[in-house]
Design a protein around this ligand. Structure first.
Ligand code: NDP
Length: 357
């Protein structure tokens, strides 16, 4: 019998988790022979709802589930964790500006990054689903200096899967024959679905679709798909987001020959600014991802990639002071003239606590 793997899921009483947890418990993430321990985190007001999820999990009698931990204690949730799905995030409230949303989530992901650093396995693999996912992942990794930054990623796999499915439908091809889709950039409306390298069987996708459909239908469809689902279902996508999170983590943990899109820390590949979480085409093997290199880019692609990079740099700018403070608390307190480092730290944790109440 294999040793049980510890899996943390945050926002565990939310709608994405309601699909995600049960699929993980049935073995769809790590396989039907891998026992697991589920470490489920919620904010305190969500704990009651989470206990209901735990009752249902228990009623499923999943043979792989060895233990279920439900908690609002962040350190406990990440204790020795080997895989983390960071799903819970603060939604945009009435009158909330983008910057407010970024900062509110920065507080949550900062606290979780610290807990990962202090409590999790040093080999933990982290996917951030909660939006703004790319920048939330950046915050978490900056707060976890003892964990290799390559172990923090953001989800763009749902966008990847959406593009793959649209191309299969349009060309009447099996979805599995559509390969080498790329999502570049941010998980937002500026993301760039790139079909220039996509193959359908032996053929280039562009031999089977036309440029007009690609530019005027496919790209906006993938970028706006979330809104379309909300309009039709009256609620945001949940099962497809959970499915994509499992695809992302399973391929990363167990390897795949396919190209997959993952938000990862930019190393400057393709001229993308370093030190932002940007979605690149990746290959996964031996528990690592590597960015696929040396793909030719036309001017259209370069322009779209820049638009998304610009947005991510703006998001980073909105939380610049926080990042500078994480990297060098004493320097920021002097520069900002707002008091000593302890004062800033207290203000920061007050903000975290207020948000988590
Ligand atoms: P969901 O489970 O529907 O969504 C969770 C997060 O995933 C949101 O940030 C959402 O972004 C994001 N997301 C990413 N991709 C998608 C997608 N394709 N479709 C929909 N959402 C996507 O939210 P719920 O409100 O149902 O649940 C969130 C739970 O998280 C709540 O139970 C809350 O209590 C909890 N929470 C937990 C925290 C913690 O564990 N510390 C902190 C904050 C909240 P978007 O908002 O843009 O849709």
């Amino acid at each position: 019998m294999k040793k049980a793997a510890r899996i943390t899921i945050t926002g565990a009483a939310g709608q994405i988790s309601y699909s995600l947890i049960f699929r993980i418990a049935s073995g769809e993430f790590l396989g039907k022979d891998q026992p697991i321990i589920l470490q489920l985190l919620e904010i305190t007001p969500g704990i009651n709802a989470l206990s209901g999820v735990a009752i249902e999990l228990s009623d499923c009698a999943f043979p792989l589930v060895k233990e279920i931990i439900c908690t609002d204690n962040v350190d406990l949730a990440f204790q020795n964790s080997e895989y983390a799905f960071l799903v819970g995030a603060r939604p945009r409230g009435p009158g909330m500006e983008r910057k407010d949303l970024l900062q509110a989530n920065a507080a949550i992901f900062s606290e979780q990054g610290k807990a990962i650093n202090n409590s999790a396995s040093k080999s933990i693999k982290v996917i951030v689903v909660g939006n703004p996912a790319n920048t939330n992942a950046l915050i978490a990794l900056k707060n976890a200096p003892d964990i290799d930054p390559s172990q923090f990623t953001a989800m763009t796999r749902l966008d990847h899967n959406r593009a793959q499915s649209q191309v299969a439908d349009k060309t009447g091809s099996p979805v599995s024959s559509v390969e080498n889709i790329i999502i570049w950039g941010n998980h937002s409306a500026t993301q760039y679905p790139d079909l220039h390298h996509t193959m359908i069987g032996e053929k280039s996708a562009f031999d089977m679709i036309n440029n007009d459909w690609y530019k005027n239908e496919l790209i906006p469809c993938v970028q706006q798909r979330g809104a379309e689902i909300i309009k039709a279902r009256g609620a945001s996508s949940a099962a497809s987001a959970a499915n994509a999170a499992i695809n992302h983590m399973r391929d990363w943990a167990l390897g795949t020959d396919n190209w997959v899109s993952m938000g990862v820390l930019s190393d400057g590949s393709y001229g993308v600014a370093k030190d932002i979480i940007y979605s690149f085409p990746c290959r996964c093997s031996n528990g690592r991802w590597d960015i696929i290199q040396d793909l030719a880019l036309n001017d259209f692609s370069k322009e779209k990639m820049k638009d998304s990079e610009r947005e991510l740099l703006e998001e980073k700018e909105a939380i610049r002071e926080l990042l500078e403070w994480i990297e060098s608390p004493s320097k920021v307190s002097t520069l900002s003239g707002r008091g000593d480092a302890k004062h800033l730290e207290n203000a920061w944790f007050d903000a975290v606590n207020a948000l988590l109440r």
